[in-house]
Each structure stands twice: as C-alpha cells, then as structure tokens.
Design a protein around this ligand. Sequence first.
Ligand SMILES: Nc1nc2c(c(=O)[nH]1)N[C@H]1C(S)=C(S)[C@@H](COP(=O)(O)OP(=O)(O)OC[C@H]3O[C@@H](n4cnc5c(=O)[nH]c(N)nc54)[C@H](O)[C@@H]3O)O[C@H]1N2
Ligand SMILES: Nc1nc2c(c(=O)[nH]1)N[C@H]1C(S)=C(S)[C@@H](COP(=O)(O)OP(=O)(O)OC[C@H]3O[C@@H](n4cnc5c(=O)[nH]c(N)nc54)[C@H](O)[C@@H]3O)O[C@H]1N2
Ligand code: SF4
Ligand SMILES: [Mo]
Length: 850
Amino acid sequence: MKIKRRDFLKLTAAAGATAALTGCGTADMNALKAAGSTKNIGEAPGQWLPTTCQGCTTWCPVEVFVQDGRAVKVRGNRYSKQNDGNVCPRGHLSLQQLYDPDRIKLPMKRTNPKKGRNEDPMFVPISWDEALNTIADKMMELRTNSEPEKFCLMRGRYTYHRDVIYDVLPKVFGSPNNISHSSTCAEAEKFGSYYTEGYWDYRDYDIDNARYILIWGCDPVASNRMVPAAIKRLGNALDRATVAAVDPRLTTSAAKAQEWLPLQPGTDGALALGIAHVILTDGGWDRDFVGDFKDGFNRFKPGAMVDEADFVEKETYGLVKWWNLAVKDMTAAKAAEISGVPAEQIIRVARGLAAAAPNVCVWMGPGAAMHARGGYSGMAVHALGGLVGGIDNVGGSLQTAKIPVNKLDGDILKKHQDELAKKHTKKEKIDQRGRLELPTINKGKSGGGVSTNNAPNGIINKDPYEIKMLVGYMNNFVFSSNGTDRWEKALSMVPFTVHLTTHASEFSMFSDILLPCAISKYERHGFLKTKANRYATCTIQQPVVQPIWQVIEDETEFPFLIAEKLKERGFSNLHDCLVEMYADPETGAAPKTAQELSLNALKYYTKPLWDGKKDTHGDTINGWNEMLSRGMWNSEPYAYKSHWGGKFSTETKKFEFYSETLKKALTAHAERHKVDVDTVMEKVNYTARGEMAFVPHHEPPLRHGSEAEYPLLFIDYKSRLNREGRSQNAPWYYEFKHVDPGDVGGQDTLRLHPTDATQLGIKDGDRVRITSMGGSGEAVARVWEGVRPGTVSKSYGQGHWAYGRTAASDFAKGTARGINNNTIIPWELERLSGSNARNGGHAAVRVEKI
Ligand SMILES: Nc1nc2c(c(=O)[nH]1)N[C@H]1C(S)=C(S)[C@@H](COP(=O)(O)OP(=O)(O)OC[C@H]3O[C@@H](n4cnc5c(=O)[nH]c(N)nc54)[C@H](O)[C@@H]3O)O[C@H]1N2
Ligand SMILES: Nc1nc2c(c(=O)[nH]1)N[C@H]1C(S)=C(S)[C@@H](COP(=O)(O)OP(=O)(O)OC[C@H]3O[C@@H](n4cnc5c(=O)[nH]c(N)nc54)[C@H](O)[C@@H]3O)O[C@H]1N2
Ligand code: SF4
Ligand SMILES: [Mo]
C-alpha cells in the first residue's frame, strides 16, 4: 500500500486506528474518539496531573485536567513560583496538537527514491521491526566501512533527556555530528551577555522590583522566555516603573509601554551607544557598580578623550577605554541620525534609566542581536544595564539560582567508546564551526558553539565529507531556518534520513523513514530547567494521557531500541553504555525495556532534588513519588549581587565594557588560523578593525538587495500563538490570530505603514506579493501605523507546505498556506556566534499589489 501525498492524511488515520495501542479503533480520524473516551467533556470526574509545557522556552510547569483518560484543560502548576500557576494562551492551544488527527500514527517508509520539494515521498506504513532493522543496518554499514562520522544527528526542540540521543548515541557510535538548533534560536543574544557579563545564557528579569524596564528586541508579554510572569506582572510594573520598548514594530508590550522607540532595523548598536553617551555625559551612571572619577569631576564630554588613570572602576572593567574607542562621538544627535529615533527621545530614555538606577531591567531579546552584524549590538544593549548598575541587582537582569540535578556520566560514556568511535568523534563537524570565517566562539572557545544553518553548506559541498545518514528529532530546519532552498537541496542529497516526529512536517518530506513520537507535554518523560521571578525551577514531563498512536519517546526510547538492534548485529557498545548509565538509581537494576530506560533517566537526573541527601537550596521533596506527584521543584530566590565582588565569569572577573574575554577568544581563533584579528573581522563580515573589535560598538547593518530594487526592510517576529513552528496545524491558531497587534484572524498578513502603502497604491486588505533576493510569496496587506515607515512586518509561522490539512493550503499538492518568512529572509549568518541572522533587517523586499 503506497500512500500518495493526496491520501496520506486519510490513510495514516485508517492505518493508525487499526494499529492504535489503545483506542476505539475508529477510522474516521476523530482523535478525540480514538482517545477511548466514552463520555462527553465534563461528564466524568477528572484530576489535575503535573507535567511541563514546551510551547516556548518559558517551559512552564503545568497541570493538565484529565477526565476519562482525555486531556481537557491546562493550567500552571500550583507550586510554581516561575509562572505562578498560570499559562499563556498557547498553553491551551497545545490540546489541538495532542489530538491533531494529522499526527503520524505508525512508522512509515518512503518508496519514491527521488527527493525534492515537489517529489511525493509515497510513504507506506511499516512495522516497528522493519523500521528499526533498516535504520540499524544503515548504521552498521557506516561502521563496517569505518565512516561513522557520516552519521549525523540533528536536534530541534528538546528536553534535558537529550543527553541520551544527542550525546551518548552519536559519541558511542563514533560520530562528531550532533547538530543542535541553538544557533537558529538566539546564540548572538547570549554572545552579548557573555562578552560583557560572562554569562552564556538567557537572563532572568526582576520585573517586580524594576523602576525602569527597557525592552529591547523582544515582546515579553507575547513571546520571549517568561511569558505568564510578564503577562501577570507587567501591568503592575506600569504603575511603578517606566516601560520602554525598542523595536521597529509596535509589539504587544510596546502598545502598553510609555515609550516606543521604533528604530531603523539593525541600528541597535548606535542607539545603545547614543543612550550610553547621554548617561555618561550627564554623569548618570551608577557609582556603586561602575565607580567614579577619582576627584568626582565628570570628564565625559562629547568627543573628548579621557585618561584611564582618572577613573576608578568597581564592579566593571574598561569603561574609559570603551568611551574613548566607541562612545565619545556617538552623541544623541548622531545616534538619532543612524537609528531614526529622535534625539529628544534618546535623551529622555537615557535620563529615565539613570534616574531609576540601579533598579533597571534592560530586557534584551534576539531582535537586538540576531543580525548579520549583531554580536556587538547585543553587547552594547547589555552594556547599558552595566552602566546603570542593573546587572545581578534588585530590579535588574539576573543570572540563575543553581538547579542541583545530576549530569551525564562522561566516564561511563568514554568507557564504551571503541577505538573507531574515539578516533572519528574527533573529526571536523559538518557545520564547519571554528573555521576562519565561522568562529562560533561559544564561551570563548573557537568552534565551541554550533552553526546550524551552515550545516546545509557542509552537506551540499560534502565538506569536510559526505553525510550518508541523518536522524532528525523534533526539528524542522527546512522550515525554521532562513534560506529554506538551501536546506531543500541539502536534504535532497542525503541518501538516508530518519525523522522522529509527531507530524509530517517539511523535514519529514525529505525523509526515508518516519518514526511517530510521543508528543511533548502530554505523552512523554523529560525534565526542563527554567527561571523567572528570581526562582530557578526544575520541572518534569511525564505522560498524563495514554498515547493513542504507536509512539515512542524520541530522546530515550529511540536510542535504546536502536542499541538493541545494533547489539543483535554485533555492536553492543551503545546498549552496554545505556544500561550502565541509566541503571535504576535506587535499585541499581539495569533497564530491560526502552520504557524503563526513560523512567530511569528521569529518576537519575532529578535524584538530588528528591533523595534528601543534600540541601537543594529550594523546595523539600520527600522521595521519588512526591517528585512525580508534584512535578516540579523551585529554588530559593536568587541572591542579588551573587557575582559582584569580582565573581563574574569574565577574564577580569568584572563586568567588561572592554571585553578582555572577547579579545582572548578572537586572538585564540586568529592564532589557530595563523592570521591576525583584523583578518578574522574581515572574514566574518564585520567592519571593526583594531581595538574596536573588543568593545560594544555600532556596525552598519548589512542589506541583501539594493534600495532601488528592494526599498523596504522585512521584519520577522513570533506570533503570540506560535508554539515555535509546531502549532500551525491547530485551527485555533488561525481563529485567534487577531491577538497579535495589527493582525486579523485567518490570514497571513503583511503590515505596511500608511505612507508606504499610499506610495505603493496598496489598500488595506489587498493581496500583495513580497519579493526579496531569497524568495517570493503572497500575503494580505494590512495598512497600520504600528510599523516603522520603510519596514514591513509579518509574523513567523505560516507558510507550511506540509504538516497537515490545516497548516498547508493543500497538503496533497504541497501548496503552502501563506508564505514562510524563512523563504523571504535570505540565508545569512552572524558568524562570531554562528547564529542564523533573522532580525536586523538584512532582508530587503519589494511589495507589489497583485
Ligand atoms: N509566542 C511565542 N513565544 C515564544 C516562542 C514562540 O514560538 N512563540 N519561542 C520561544 C523561543 S524558542 C525563543 S528563542 C524566545 C525568543 O523569541 P523572541 O524574544 O520573541 O524573539 P524573536 O522572535 O526573534 O523576536 C524578535 C523581535 O525583534 C524585533 N526586531 C526585528 N529586527 C529588529 C532590530 O533590528 N532591532 C530591534 N531592536 N528589534 C528587532 C521583532 O519585531 C521582534 O519583536 O521566545 C520564546 N517564546
Ligand atoms: N523566521 C523565523 N524563523 C525562526 C524563528 C523566528 O522567530 N522567525 N524562531 C527560531 C527559533 S527561536 C527556534 S528555537 C527555531 C525552532 O525550530 P525547530 O527546532 O526546527 O523546531 P520547530 O520548527 O518547532 O519544529 C519541530 C518539529 O518537530 C516535530 N514535532 C512537533 N512536535 C513534536 C514532539 O512533541 N515531539 C517530536 N519528536 N517531534 C515533534 C515536527 O516535525 C515539527 O516540525 O525556529 C527558529 N526559526
Ligand atoms: S507556551 Fe510557553 S509561556 Fe505558554 S504555557 Fe507553554 S511554556 Fe508557558
Ligand atoms: Mo528559540
């Protein structure tokens, strides 16, 4: 039975129903019926069961109300100090993902050997045995030919059970290629906080105690990483604090804020420096954090060099160097000229920040940094927090309290690596990280990060070698990374691809085997580490309903099942490693089944939180059963100023305005390639030379397309309803889309400013064509004042040409519903961090009425 794309959804439903583990066996695609419930919603008594939502990286501890075996409602976990028992609108939307009739219900294999966007894969259902045997045979072939590096694992969204599939599996097998999605996400943002504060992570924000909240390149009540907390707290904050938002579009937060600074995309560095200039020339910096001139006399005068010897710093390093190199000439007037934000507003905001010091949150999001040249603007924005003392301080940006969970046991892993694995895991990775033109300097190490969107280049050019086998889980890079055509080409070239997925997504359409997976939040085990409101939390995922379909847990069960098959074929190392590493931490018994391994892994990692052996500096949890029934652990509140007093993880142990940490990293990278730092700067497409490379500064934004041909700049953002790229087959996504400012339901809309619309002869509601150097597509024009003139904005999420009947306009034909922003945004990287550049306006477009 070959299934054409035309019949895919219908027939997988039929096949799935007969193959269902539980369920009533109907073939009518009614997943709710298939859940086996006999009563209507509300008729049966129910109970609240704890798990974790992963609709976004807030990773909320939640409880699901389950009646008669059916999940019907979601709320925040009652114990949680992170989301205070609340969820955002998307917490509920996930029910439509769980009961989506278009889920993959049983293993399938491709029968059309040709791969391409327009090739119908002609999937046929197969047994689990056939699927796993085929995969194991392909893996054994690579080992027999002594080329295990040609195996590549790609990870998208994950839980911390990722160790099993992402570390143990490839490393024991012998491949260096575990490619995560992190650099499609926000590595350039982490770059900003790392090369100033020494913190390679997202920050927590102390909303309750802030007197000024400067939101920069994100929209905390709609997205970012502490959404329910922001929804609950920002209203009160507005009574107490000034809220300002720096974003080319009127975000949900900007609409509530006292100030909206609609800057020209990609000019964040200049704007941040302009604000710094005012703070410094006014004498408005925070003395406790930054220090002062020896005689108290302010020598920061526009354009004037300052003698370093005159200033004594406290918790910071390099203020005067920074001033002399990058700030002294960036007056408010100059910053206004570059950024398009009026000088009066720059001055007003800078004075407001200084007046509120040190209780200032500079809330930096990807919009400040995920630009082609955004590494330094991320540093510049974060440096503002430093100037006003809002770092690691009351009402400011915070690091995290410790979450004392167990780590992967590296010794056990190494013990099970044979010679082939040891040798081949040292080979260069397929994303080419660490090459001269791609420093990817995560935490100071050349090639220490990932460059997800460079992997297709490695695959296409077979450089450093060919990838013969690809396993992707919970990822959809052909949709989620800009320059989608490059991924289409790369994936068409890989001879054998496996996708561990819940839906027939775009990535699935290039795959040879689809393995149906348990859906995050409802059907699987895992754990997450999060933080908000000064509390760090560890929250677990566990099945709250019986899976309807033949699913496995991607991160744990898949490696175990494959390990068994490899063992049958004479390679037992993976199996031996897994059963040793994930023995039951209480009884020491080795896992005998994939399910046992999954549970043991959860038990192993979280054990220090519930075994009572050590003070966790947080909630007391009495034993494993209580961990499962509570579902989460909260830390004590984060101690302010934990890193003051010379405890920042930078080279100087201080908050660096002149980054010795970056200087060391860039120098080491340059030396590795036997060049100087200026050459590195040139290769990575930055304009800074000399010492400028070590301080936050302004870089002219990069632009793909001439102003004549592509006069407007394209602004991408996340919808309030995006559960990353996974919620677009839910009908509610379209029904409620009007919750995004300026948007309407049911359409893929492009927002244009009235001045631009008039000039282009476009009226509200017209169909328009958007064209960039990367691609082209259609949308509905909405004429709206909430975008900066000269820019157009469209939310990311729509444009699926696969995924299901709701997400795609015609799943059978592979026609998209709307247009994927990643087709419009041309392929581009921020090379210092290896990131995908999706913000900063490098995507120039023209818009025409159709
Ligand atoms: N609703 C929702 N929330 C989410 C997610 C989701 O899918 N949906 N996903 C989660 C994930 S994975 C992540 S990584 C986080 C982070 O995700 P967000 O914090 O939402 O970041 P982005 O989606 O990148 O949004 C970038 C913002 O920058 C603005 N912008 C674009 N160009 C520029 C520029 O040049 N300068 C400035 N200053 N701003 C610019 C855009 O208008 C937009 O508001 O959100 C998490 N939260
Ligand atoms: N233009 C634009 N592009 C973006 C963004 C943006 O704001 N704008 N955001 C970026 C960010 S911050 C991120 S983090 C990335 C995320 O990008 P990815 O890591 O690629 O994740 P998703 O796009 O959410 O796709 C996950 C895929 O996993 C499968 N899947 C869905 N649910 C499950 C599940 O529960 N289990 C398993 N095993 N599989 C599942 C489906 O095939 C789905 O397509 O996208 C990035 N791409
Ligand atoms: S989608 Fe994000 S903010 Fe909303 S409930 Fe889920 S994890 Fe929390
Ligand atoms: Mo992300």
